[in-house]
Design a protein around this ligand. Structure first.
Ligand SMILES: [Zn+2]
Length: 151
């Protein structure tokens, strides 16, 4: 039976490999999606241009559809950037630890939220604090009145 140590000197190699796998898996997924989308947009683009050049109504609808597709691709591209940043941080040993308390963020959490910068406890505490702050702000009528006037 293996004994699980919780000392800080414990090697993190297996965790590093797991986290790297999560991030690279996500990156591959998105790359495949983006490549598929770009192919779709190109295929639709050439089709509508050769067949319906003079149909203004149809082509503007196709344009909107194309815009949506491109917006989606752009979003995916931004996610890809984030993954690359996370991979860089992982290389530096700065990925996967809580921004607040420095503890390791659980692998399950990172699998669900690869860009999480806080552990579950700190995130919950933060949300609670934000909630309390909001209530407090609402009670202080003066500040909200001022906000209302500026909007
Ligand atoms: Zn924490």
């Amino acid at each position: 039976m293996k004994k699980k140590t919780t000392t800080k000197t414990q090697p993190v190699t297996s965790r590093y490999a797991d986290l790297k796998q999560i991030l690279e898996g996500r990156r591959r997924e998105i790359l495949t999606e983006v490549q598929g989308k770009i192919r779709d947009v190109r295929a639709e683009g050439t089709q509508s241009k050769s067949n319906e050049v003079f149909d203004a109504g149809e082509s503007s609808e196709a344009d909107i559809q194309e815009d949506i597709e491109f917006a989606l691709i752009q979003m995916k591209a931004e996610t890809l950037n984030k993954i690359n940043e996370a991979l860089n941080r992982l290389e530096e040993g700065a990925y996967g630890n809580c921004f607040e308390c420095g503890d390791e963020i659980s692998e399950a959490r990172l699998r669900a939220l690869p860009f999480a910068v806080r552990c579950k406890d700190c995130e919950e505490a933060r949300e609670l604090a934000a909630e309390r702050e909001k209530i407090w702000q609402q009670r202080r009528g003066g500040a909200s009145l001022f906000m209302d006037m500026s909007s």
